[in-house]
Design a protein around this ligand. Structure first.
Ligand code: EPZ
Length: 419
């Protein structure tokens, strides 16, 4: 297993290129299953999670050629409609194949995703949606088995704004008979992006990006050629890294309009965040102001930025309260930050962060994707040499993070196969 060694104390300067969005690319590979033909996906990030979804669509019978950032996906010889445990256990987003397979083939058998480090993460809202569209849904031997002669439009009210639920049902409803109305939907830019791709394929989706989406089902869809939006969470991560090191960084190919809540929090903490050309410039100098943050569905402060922002608050002047409302177990980074000298007290779903003058380097363990990114940021400012273990968590969602950070002047290296 690889690890990272980070020697702290350098401020980040220069330009970093933001990659395509992981959480947009994953459902987009699944949406290709809805239509026969040859699709082209561009600005695809080079990530382990992308390799996993490519493996799944290949297993279903798709031919995938090329390599990120441009992939050619031919879906005219799909011959399976199941996503085995082996795939889903590696990446729960594989469950997003369920909607397209059910809609196109009238049946799908997908391993029920288990819990993960950040929470139980049930898919009850997905299953409720498929049943409302007329599918028979059963759980057999750890698999969701869904069958429907033909899906039919329905009105579905989500109990909570679920990103995956909105995406899965939107894809299924695209080929259903009649009109579907989704209420209390997720409004994330990745949901809007998926609707954009669906409409380019001939679907009729209106309202994505709001809490109400209308879908007029169509008989068939066509292949698509699409360039994926930039990754707002990767961008947010580099913004915090730039600020906390007292740097000056231009993030190229980054959409500020997708990150208003993150930018606002950084400005509140004392950083300057400005749009510049095709990107965003972040500049900052300590001391940072303590400020509270509460994670919420979009357009609220993203849960995927909670850990990274917490590191900044570890060095802020004063006390801040960070409340995690989306996932029930997303403070795995806290004990590791404490090993680096942070002063954080967990009270239920809130973490009380008391700013300290400095962090000190230590060997720390990655537990999930965003917690790992937060520990890497802590390593950039900690005094001494930090070792980050189990960085495979980071490789799932950050393209070339070592090269990108080193390109901004960080002293960081990957140690291959470090026991
Ligand atoms: C997506 O996960 C993202 N993953 C997550 O990013 C992100 O944290 C999350 O949305 C929230 O923004 C991808 O897009 C691949 P949800 P998803 O359904 O779709 C509960 C990262 O770091 N819920 O919006 O799984 C659920 O347990 C990852 O890149 C139900 O109760 O998130 C959670 O508490 C981590 N029943 C909340 O809703 C359901 O049927 C939000 O989950 C579905 C969800």
């Amino acid at each position: 297993m690889d690890s990272f060694v980070i020697r702290g104390g350098r401020s980040l300067h220069g330009t970093v290129e933001i990659s395509g969005a992981k959480n947009a690319a994953l459902p987009i590979f699944c949406v290709s299953l809805l239509a026969e033909g040859v699709h082209f996906f561009r600005n695809v990030p080079r990530l382990n999670d992308i390799d996993t979804i490519v493996e799944l669509v290949r297993y279903l019978g798709a031919e995938v050629e090329g390599e990120a950032p441009v992939l050619r996906v031919a879906t005219d010889r799909l011959h399976r409609f199941d996503a085995p445990y082996e795939h889903v256990k590696k990446m729960r987003a594989s469950v997003l194949a369920l909607g397209p397979l059910l809609a196109r083939f009238g049946e799908a058998r997908v391993s029920l995703p288990g819990g993960c480090a950040i929470g139980a993460r049930p898919i009850d809202q997905h299953l409720k949606g498929f049943e409302a569209l007329g599918a028979q849904v059963t759980i057999e031997h750890g698999y969701v088995v869904a069958k429907a002669q033909r899906l039919r439009g329905a009105e579905i009210v989500f109990d909570l704004p679920t990103v995956g639920g909105t995406e899965n049902i939107m894809m299924a409803a695209a080929l259903a008979d009649g009109r579907t109305t989704l209420l209390n939907c997720a409004r994330e830019p990745e949901v809007e992006e998926l609707a954009r791709v669906l409409n380019k394929m001939g679907a009729n989706v209106v309202g994505a990006g709001t809490d109400t989406i209308h879908i007029e089902g169509v008989r068939e869809m066509r292949p698509v050629d699409h360039a994926i939006i930039p990754d707002r969470i990767e961008a947010g991560t580099y913004m915090v890294a730039a600020a906390i090191t007292g740097g000056d960084v231009l993030l190229h190919n980054c959409r500020l309009d997708h990150m208003e809540s993150v930018a606002a929090k950084l400005v509140q903490a004392g950083a300057s965040v400005t749009a510049e050309g095709q990107g965003v410039r972040v500049r900052a100098k300590a001391p940072f102001r303590a400020c509270d943050a509460t994670t919420m569905p979009y357009p609220g402060f993203p849960t995927d930025m909670q850990a990274q922002f917490m590191v900044l608050m570890c060095l802020a002047k004063g006390e801040s309260v960070i409340t995690e409302t989306v996932f029930e177990n997303r403070f795995m980074h806290v004990p590791e930050l404490a090993r680096m000298g942070a002063d954080i007290e967990i009270r239920g779903r809130a973490a009380v962060v008391r700013g300290v003058p400095k962090l000190s380097a230590a060997t720390v363990m990655c537990s999930d994707l965003r917690a790992s990114a937060a520990l890497a940021i802590a390593g950039l400012v900690a005094e001494g040499e930090t070792r980050l273990l189990r960085v495979y968590h980071i490789d799932r969602g950050y393209e070339d993070i070592v090269a990108k950070l080193a390109g901004l002047g960080a002293d960081v290296e990957r140690v291959r196969g470090d026991a």
